[in-house]
Design a protein around this ligand. Structure first.
Ligand SMILES: [Cu+2]
Length: 149
C-alpha cells in the first residue's frame, strides 16, 4: 500500500497574521502608575523551607487588603502585611471576639512603605475575620480561612 495521502492545506488566513502583528505593536501608551499593582506572590500561601505557611497581604492608599481572603491549613502561619501606600497608615488585627479561636498577634501600626510580619499558630478550623481597626468603618476587613486537614 502507498503511504497515506499528503493533505496539504493551503491558505493560512492573512487576517490571522495581521492580528498577531497588530497585537505585538499595540502597546505604546504608558499608563500612569498611580496605584502600584500587587506584585506576584502577594496573597499566595506558600510553605517556607522551615515548614511554616507564609502569606503576604498588601495595603495601599485605599481601604482594602489585597487579597482580603486567603486560606491556610492548621499549623503555623507567618503573615506579612506590606503597606505600599504613600499616605495611609494601616494596622492589622484579627477582629476581637470573632472566629473559632482568638489570635492575639497583631500589627499595631504600619506606616506608608512599611512592612511587618507576625507569626501565630492556628488549630481550629473556620473563618477568622481580620481588620484594619483604623478603617473598619470604611470596609477594610478580610477573612482568613483555616481548612480542615
Ligand atoms: Cu487601614
Amino acid at each position: 500500500m502507498t503511504a497515506g495521502r499528503l493533505a496539504v492545506r493551503r491558505g493560512v488566513p492573512a487576517a490571522a497574521l495581521a492580528c498577531a502583528l497588530l497585537t505585538a505593536c499595540g502597546g505604546g501608551e504608558a499608563a500612569p502608575e498611580t496605584a502600584p499593582s500587587a506584585p506576584a506572590g502577594v496573597g499566595t500561601v506558600t510553605t517556607a523551607s522551615d515548614g511554616v505557611q507564609e502569606v503576604t497581604l498588601q495595603t495601599q492608599d485605599d481601604y482594602v487588603f489585597t487579597p482580603a481572603e486567603f486560606t491556610v491549613e492548621p499549623g503555623r502561619v507567618r503573615l506579612t502585611v506590606d503597606n505600599v501606600a504613600e499616605e495611609l497608615t494601616h494596622n492589622f488585627r484579627f477582629t476581637p471576639d470573632t472566629g473559632p479561636a482568638s489570635i492575639a498577634e497583631e500589627i499595631d501600626l504600619l506606616a506608608p512603605g512599611q512592612r511587618e510580619t507576625i507569626e501565630f499558630d492556628v488549630t481550629a478550623t473556620g473563618d477568622y475575620p481580620f481588620e484594619c481597626s483604623f478603617h473598619i468603618r470604611l470596609g477594610q476587613v478580610g477573612t482568613m480561612t483555616v481548612t480542615g486537614g
